[in-house]
Each structure stands twice: as C-alpha cells, then as structure tokens.
Ligand binder design. Structure first.
Ligand SMILES: [Zn+2]
Length: 146
C-alpha cells in the first residue's frame, strides 16, 4: 500500500492535468498559437491571449529552484521528514512535488526528472501522482555528496 495523501480536488481546467497523470503522462497546456506552456491551466494564454491550447507532454525534466523539508506529518500516510521541491520544468512552468530520492539535501539547480507513481488518497480513492528525483551525472555514485 502506498502512503495516503490528500485527494486531488481539481477545478474543471486542472482536471485535465490529473487525467493525464492517471495515464502516467506529465502534460500541461501549450498554447496553439505561440507554443507557451502554462501552469496553472487557464482559459487563455497569458502571453498572446489565444484561447486555443493543447494538453502536451512535457519532457519530464527540470531543475530544483526551491525546496523545503517538512518535519511534521500532516497526514498519517505521509511521514515526516519529507522533502518538497519547486521544479522549473524544461518547458518553463514551475511544478511542486515531493523529492523521492535519498541523495541528501537538495541543491538549487540540481537536475531532476518526473516520476509518476501510484498513490492512495485519504478519501479512499487511488490514482497517480508526480514526484521528482535527481538525475545523477554519469559516473557518479548514488549517495556521494560533494
Ligand atoms: Zn500564446
């Protein structure tokens, strides 16, 4: 059994994000006119005001731009300590999620990749959720710190 997390409560626009994650895909809206990726989802592009957008797969890559370690458990299935990172995706938008590797404290600028894993939610439903893990440089040994 995977840890119980709060169930997503998406609005109609964000429901598409969760529907794609449930399929194992990390997708965001991309503007059909200027190509800009955006998150949170919106009915119009903030760059060109076009209403045309397509949910498009991200590369799943990004870098850590902020992080924190929670030392208190707010949900029984999510035991502290756990690390939450803000990731600037390669496509631009920032996404927040848990850092699931155990390679020591996060470092700003560390490259990460998305990992979509099954999750059980506190409302009794289950689905998938996007986490992040650091991408180690070729030749490095897991667990080594500079
Ligand atoms: Zn646009």
């Amino acid at each position: 059994m995977t840890p119980q997390r709060p169930a997503p409560r998406p609005d109609p626009l964000e429901a598409q994000y969760w529907a794609h994650v449930a399929q194992g895909r990390l997708c965001l809206q991309a503007c059909d006119d200027c190509g800009t990726f955006r998150y949170p989802p919106s009915p119009v592009c903030p760059d060109c005001e076009s209403a045309a957008a397509t949910w498009t797969d991200l590369s799943g890559r990004g870098q850590i731009v902020a992080w924190t370690i929670f030392h208190r458990s707010y949900f029984p299935g999510l035991q502290a300590p756990y690390t939450v990172v803000s990731v600037e995706t390669a496509e631009g938008p920032l996404l927040v999620g848990n850092l699931i590797d155990s390679d020591g404290p996060p470092v700003i600028g560390s490259p990460v990749e998305a990992v979509i894993q099954p999750a059980d939610f506190t409302d009794g439903t289950s689905g998938r959720i996007c986490h992040w893990r650091r991408i180690l440089p070729p030749g490095s040994l897991k667990g080594n710190t500079p």
